[in-house]
Ligand binder design. Sequence first.
Ligand code: GZL
Length: 330
Amino acid sequence: MKIQRWLRSTAVAAGLCLAVGLGNLPARAAEAGPAAGKRLIVGFSQIGAESAWRTAETESIRSEAVKRGVRLRFTDAQQKQENQIKAIRTFIAQKVSAIILAPVVETGWEPVLKEAKAAQIPVILVDRGVSVSDDSLYVTLIASDFVAEGRMAAEWLAKKLNGKGSIVELQGTVGSAPAIDRKKGFEQGLAAAPGLKITRSESGDFTRAGGKQVMEAFLKAAKGEGAKIEAVYAHNDDMALGAIQAIQEAGLKPGSDIIVVSIDAVKAAFEAMVAGTLNCTVECSPLLGPAAFDAVEKAVAGTPLPKQTIVEDRLFDQTTARDAIGSRKY
Ligand code: GZL
């Protein structure tokens, strides 16, 4: 009888130690897959989930990591740079193979990028650039040409308005590369049409709610001054869709009383163009996963990469939206 009791108590004690032991293993070793030594571990610092475009970009990166058997450590910064910097420091401490960064704003990255370089961890920038004195702090930037996007939007609008009219502008996140460059490109495009004027310009932070709120204020101010708004230029579709709602709530017809032009070409923008409330959107592809992981694999292998890879963009309007909507991938 005593033997059985001893055996039982020993077995229980052994079981407990085993459980405690496993519980104490560092997260990485506990998660490590069968061929842990061989699998790439990549840290991805994503800005947030502020727009449909951003969600599509996250999906593209996540699904490509799965496809390539890469272990992805994903962080959402809720649009705060300090959270991205913290995430990068964590990735460095975890000794990841590479870091993918979508930088929320252009400045303030030198210190943490220097730490990544010192740790010999390659940093691949996707979708937005950074302003640094030493561009060896990142391996490559994979993004659209935002100045070209702004210029395309302006040239289309100049034709639509026959070169004359007042425009209000919904800017993206203050200090972000797309907001800075889409404004620059749009102003370059307007230079050819002196009859077109940007009468008001505020940031809606790339969100639908932000676009609606700013457009409501613009409409109220214009009404108070007895001024007309002929068009709204939004730095992304989500803000344009918010502005469309504000225009409708003000009893006006978006797409005809007020022309609406934006950038991104997400699915909801095509639906709005087919419905006649949005007039034009310039594509800015978020499907950056394949190019990002090609760059990661090359960087890890030490293969030289171009400093920038420009993603080609096209313009869509109500004459092309219906035919294109069925084949859109985001
Ligand atoms: C562009 C990207 C922008 C999109 C917005 O590369 O950074 O951020 O245009 C998104 O929709 O929020």
